[in-house]
Design a protein around this ligand. Structure first.
Ligand code: HEC
Length: 139
């Protein structure tokens, strides 16, 4: 009986670890998607391709609105650069994700309205929200 429980405990632990590893790789993929979107936007600004800017900015906004769901308690261990203060200061972390979402939505709306002269500034603001969070919450 004791052995059975030990095996059960071990397999439960392994299960949790596997889940954490999944969520870590999923969030990294999400962030890499952000970088890809920002690159497309950067090239689309001089090209004046406002539909592409709006579409990519909305992808960043969508990811940003879901980002915090990929940081469950216990997912700070393993192949991750997430700092432990994410889980002690989760409200601040959430607020910084919201800032990224808002900046991305703002940029998309500028593109919708063909506000060509504001786009560079809008992109800079969005990139600033990435940096603000990384400085505090990423290794
Ligand atoms: C609210 C906080 C927050 C915001 C906003 C944020 N990031 Fe991150 N980012 C993180 C954290 C935390 C990690 C570390 C994830 C890990 O290693 O588990 C990370 C990781 C990354 C990585 C590394 C992914 C990998 O493969 O290891 C890239 C690239 C990245 N972010 C880009 C961005 C870009 C671009 C933006 C803005 C559009 C952004 N991030 C916005 C918190 C944030």
């Amino acid at each position: 009986m004791r052995i059975y429980f030990s095996i059960l405990a071990i397999s439960l632990c392994l299960g949790v670890t596997a889940q954490a590893a999944d969520v870590i790789s999923e969030r990294k993929a999400g962030f890499r998607g952000n970088v890809a979107a920002l690159k497309i936007i950067k090239a689309a600004i001089p090209a004046g391709d406002t539909p592409a800017i709006a579409a990519e900015a909305r992808k960043v906004a969508d990811w940003s609105s879901r980002m915090i769901d990929y940081f469950p308690e216990g997912s700070g261990e393993g192949d991750t650069k997430a700092l432990p203060n994410i889980w002690t200061e989760f409200d601040d972390f959430t607020a910084l994700a919201k800032n990224a979402e808002n900046a991305a939505v703002e940029l998309a709306m500028m593109a919708d309205k063909d506000e060509m002269t504001s786009l560079g500034k809008g992109l800079g603001k969005l990139a600033g929200t990435c940096k603000a969070c990384h400085q505090r919450f990423k290794e």
